[in-house]
Design a protein around this ligand. Structure first.
Ligand code: NDP
Length: 344
């Protein structure tokens, strides 16, 4: 099976008709060129940044998907055959160029080996030990310099990135306020240790809710959603506040007519607020990555970190699994479990 993009979607909300599910001839080990591997896909990652890659514009840090070509992104798989001296049959590998196909060929430079037989699901390499978790680390620890006693507001707090921001912040002694889109999500974020969590869809005035949760204001806002909550955060920042501009998912499907207009940006000057826009891929080559792996691996081993995965089974369900992110229908890190296990 292969999931291909039908057309580019500059703005507005993508639909299932924008994706095509095709049955394809899967590659065999005879088709390998030097330094390549044949990988059977185990898990594929659904990520909000895919929306930018559906647009067809090239003014981004990552190229758009091309109509007629398979979707590609982060994945985990098993090496079934290899012409590379670095990888052998049976290796568990991950990388960011996994095609949304059951089996496909990757070059050795596109993958790295991860430990297998550790007792944890390989999907964790797309979650707690993967990109979303590292994103939480970079935005909070590397950029916002959190200090014990400070107050942080986290949006999409139950999500792939948000659930780690909450736990990294609690581990550093911060007072954590989380926003989430359902009561189940609110309960989950509380179970992670957050001090105050609210359902932003049912709480009434966001301004008053944030004011009540943080009467003195907030030191750090970890922004995953943009829009109105960012506006409220901008008006609630303390002096020398920091904002991790991680993502603005509420705006990804917006059209010029529906885009939210921020009103409170003026506050950043007198309050001396720093806003850090960042892309996590810039940080894998920095010491931050090792620091992150060391901290999170140790916390996992000691049972100090929880991580909620949200698995959808079947590659044919991947387009819906992706579209769900923009409606908050995922609960935790959304991955697609690819079930074609035919041996060859
Ligand atoms: P999540 O697992 O948090 O899933 C997305 C969540 O966003 C939904 O579950 C929903 O949660 C919330 N959401 C969806 N639509 C809206 C909306 N209209 N208004 C408010 N909230 C909405 O995704 P990730 O953790 O993977 O990503 C979170 C953010 O981080 C995204 O903006 C993403 O683009 C960004 N990101 C940035 C990276 C970087 O390098 N800068 C790297 C990785 C992610 P709820 O039900 O609570 O509303």
């Amino acid at each position: 099976t292969s999931i291909k993009l039908v057309r580019n979607i500059p703005s507005g909300t993508p639909t299932l008709d924008d994706f095509k599910i095709e049955t394809i001839e899967t590659p065999t080990k005879d088709s390998l060129k030097p330094d390549q591997v044949l990988v059977r896909t185990l898990y594929l990652s659904c990520d909000p940044y895919f929306r930018g890659r559906l647009t067809g514009t090239r003014d981004s840090y990552v190229a758009s998907f091309a109509p007629g070509k398979p979707i590609e992104g982060l994945g985990v798989g098993i090496v079934e055959a290899s012409t590379s001296s670095k990888f052998s049959e049976g290796d568990l590998v991950t990388g960011g160029s996994f095609l949304w196909e059951t089996r496909h060929v990757l070059s050795e430079s596109e993958i790295t080996k991860v430990p297998s037989n550790t007792g944890i699901s390989p999907a964790n390499y797309l979650g707690v030990l993967g990109m979303p978790s590292f994103t939480a680390y970079v935005g909070l620890v590397s950029l916002c310099s959190p200090k014990a006693g400070e107050t942080i507001l986290v949006s999409a707090a139950s999500g792939a990135v948000g659930q780690m921001v909450v736990q990294l912040a609690k581990a550093r002694g911060l007072r954590v306020i989380g926003a989430a889109g359902s009561d189940d999500k609110v309960d989950f974020v509380k179970s992670l240790g957050a001090d105050v969590v609210f359902n932003y869809k049912t709480c009434g005035s966001l301004q008053e809710t944030v004011k009540k949760a943080a009467p003195q204001g907030i030191d750090i806002y970890f922004d995953n959603v943009g829009g109105e909550l960012l506006d409220v955060a901008l008006s609630s920042m303390k002096f020398n506040g920091r904002i991790a501009a991680c993502g603005m998912i509420s705006q990804y499907n917006a059209t010029p007519e529906t885009a939210y207009r921020i009103k409170n940006l003026v506050n950043i000057v007198p309050k001396k607020v720093s806003i850090f826009g960042f892309i996590v891929t810039d940080y894998y080559s920095k010491p931050d990555y090792k620091n992150f792996i060391d901290e999170v691996s140790a916390s996992l081993q000691q049972g100090k970190v929880q991580y909620k995965l949200d698995e959808v089974t079947g590659l044919e369900n991947a387009p819906q699994a992706l579209l769900d992110l923009f409606e908050g229908k995922n609960f935790g890190k959304r991955v697609v479990k690819v079930t074609d296990t035919n041996q060859r």
